[in-house]
Design a binder for this molecule. Structure first.
Ligand SMILES: [Zn+2]
Ligand SMILES: [Zn+2]
Ligand SMILES: [Zn+2]
Length: 342
């Protein structure tokens, strides 16, 4: 069983892979690309190469784990967390740890071997997003879990694998991650002070200033945020207030497909096959908690997607300070993106 260890200074959790621990020599950096002839396990027809599907968007009259699907969720074979067992949180002297209960899923976004978001249709993206919503609803039923983080990595510089086949990942954890907690606390503080949601206010101001709004499509807005950490960082959020991504309106999946494809087409036209990370920030699963903790979350937190092109290096200064140095003002990034016709 992997272990979750809590940093006693800042409260950040680290997953320590105790079972599949690597040997010190495994980290040696060796040049060369992995074998490109390797069969892609995410392609239609290669279902036998992956664990059985958890959720799937299938064509009628096709059997599970066979061809005939549009999007599927499968367990990750290199998952760091384990869904079996009881949650066991304990202390060891001054340190806090717990066993690594959780899930690590892969959302395969297309049956064809496509590597870039702009290559697939918005309907296709919508199907993948629809599955994600269903999966989050499922995980919410598990009392041991507190958070589902959806993310995607593309390109070597962003930690993406060599496989390339378009997919997202979902890791559900028994604790709320520190980054999310910081956002939750910040949003709550803002709400206590002004009685309004910080992201709703941000949207209002951005719509007024029109310097960082890339587009507005069917109830979703895309902006280059005022405090962009990375060149061409883009946030997508619903214009109508909502704290839970999985409780979004029925056509959100479809609309998200539209704006997601629109933004990635623009970014790709400008930046080529750029490395990026994308994350979804939504409210944690709420239960078994002191009531006061969650009293205002439905009003103070607002789900959003953060797209972070990794064109600059995060180096010593950033790691040491938590600052980011961004050489591209978000106003200029927005202007450039708006000018690109799609
Ligand atoms: Zn493939
Ligand atoms: Zn809001
Ligand atoms: Zn966020």
């Amino acid at each position: 069983m992997p272990e979750l260890r809590r940093d006693p200074i800042i409260g950040r959790w680290v997953i320590i892979a105790t079972e599949r621990a690597k040997r010190p020599n495994d980290f040696k950096i060796i040049g060369g690309e992995p074998d490109s002839n390797e069969k892609c396990p995410f392609c239609e027809g290669n279902e036998a190469l992956t664990p059985p599907e958890i959720l799937v968007h299938r064509k009628p009259n096709t059997k599970p784990n066979t061809p005939g699907w549009d999007a599927r969720i499968i367990p990750s074979i290199s998952g760091f967390l384990n869904i079996k067992g009881e949650l066991d949180r304990h202390g060891k002297g001054m340190y806090d740890l717990m066993n690594g209960i959780g899930t690590h899923d892969i959302v395969v976004m297309t049956p064809k071997h496509m590597c870039n978001v702009h290559q697939i249709s918005e309907e296709q993206i919508g199907k993948g997003v629809g599955l994600l919503i269903k999966r989050i609803e499922q995980l919410k039923e598990d009392n041991r879990l507190k958070y589902a983080l959806v993310f995607g990595n593309h390109g070597k510089a962003a930690g993406g694998g060599s496989l390339g086949h378009l997919h997202l990942q979902l890791i559900a954890t028994p604790v709320t991650p520190k980054r999310v907690k910081e956002e939750l606390e910040g949003a709550k503080r803002y709400y206590e002070y002004r009685d309004r949601c910080v992201i709703c206010d941000m949207i209002k101001q951005e719509l007024k200033e029109r310097k960082r709004v890339i587009c507005e499509i069917d109830g979703l807005i895309a902006i280059t945020p005022f405090c962009s950490r990375f060149p061409f960082e883009v946030w997508i959020m619903p214009t109508e207030h909502s704290c839970d991504f999985d409780k979004a309106k029925p056509n959100t999946a479809k609309n998200l497909g539209k704006i997601y494809k629109h933004i990635f087409t623009k970014l790709s036209k400008l930046l080529g096959d750029f490395p990026f990370n994308v994350i979804l920030h939504t409210a944690p699963f709420r239960r078994r908690r002191k009531k006061s903790y969650w009293e205002t979350i439905e009003d103070d937190y607002h789900w959003h997607i953060e797209i972070m092109p990794r064109l600059t290096q995060v180096a010593g200064f950033e790691w040491g300070s938590g600052f980011y140095i961004n050489p591209m003002p978000p106003e200029d990034a927005c202007k450039a993106l708006k000018e690109i016709k799609v």
